[in-house]
Design a protein. Structure first.
Length: 238
């Protein structure tokens, strides 16, 4: 078994264990391999070990991998904030977007989504930590943005996404995940047909699952420490 395959199995075991402890069915939790800064051969290795869903944060890097791995039926997710001038290639090449945080981006994605493809599956990103450096809509603005996104053609609102504050304090982690879950449940109670809570990463997936995560975005625990030498990442931060 390769190193990536071994790590992947370890992550899957963590997900199963966390789900069981939370009284949840592990099958209701999807593993999204967050593969930024990893070369296509690493993703191919993960694919051969059974991983079929991958998420990219930076457009040019992501498009390179989409092309390089075109022989594999990968489900591609775009994670995080989006610049206006990048909506068209994202809408044309990705199946999911985790990170709509304003109406302008939603409108541009909807207009750019080809009719030949299924609706783009999208999550609204919520800033649950209140950090000014974090993208995402404020919690009290989620209903307004979600209502707007729900009514756009070529988009399918699936739920909410968040990147909570990185902290070793379990109570604070749980509080932020709980906040997202409560907003999610409020939307459901108001008639929104949503089913996705995209939250939890390598360091905190157990707490995210305990609070209801349906997608966990795992990178370093699968691929190892990331490299941060991508020009797009260094020069085009949103």
């Amino acid at each position: 078994m390769t190193t990536i395959a071994s790590r992947l199995e370890t992550v899957k075991a963590r997900i199963i264990d966390a789900a069981n402890k939370a009284g949840r069915d592990p099958a209701t939790i999807q593993l999204l391999a967050a593969s930024k800064t990893n070369p296509p051969e690493n993703l191919r290795e993960a694919w051969e070990a059974g991983q079929t869903v991958f998420g990219e944060n930076y457009l040019q890097e992501g498009l390179m991998k989409v092309r390089a791995l075109a022989d594999l039926p990968i489900e591609w997710h775009f994670i995080g904030p989006i610049q206006s001038n990048k909506t068209k290639p994202i809408a044309e090449n990705f199946a999911w977007v985790h990170g709509i945080d304003r109406e302008k981006i939603a409108t541009r994605l909807a207009s750019a989504r080809p009719e030949s493809l299924p609706p783009l599956q999208v999550c609204v990103q919520v800033n649950v930590s209140g950090e000014i450096t974090k993208s995402g809509v404020d919690p009290d603005k989620v209903l307004e943005l979600a209502s707007f996104v729900r009514d756009l053609p070529r988009l399918k609102l699936r739920g909410l996404m968040a990147v909570p504050e990185l902290t070793a304090v379990t109570a604070l982690q749980r509080e932020q995940f709980q906040m997202l879950r409560e907003i999610f449940e409020q939307l459901q109670q108001q008639g929104f047909d949503i089913d996705t809570l995209s939250m939890g990463m390598s360091e905190d997936l157990e707490n995210a699952i305990a609070e209801g995560a349906t997608i966990v975005r795992i990178g370093t625990s699968i691929f190892g420490p990331r490299r941060y030498a991508i020009p797009e990442e260094l020069g085009s931060r949103q």
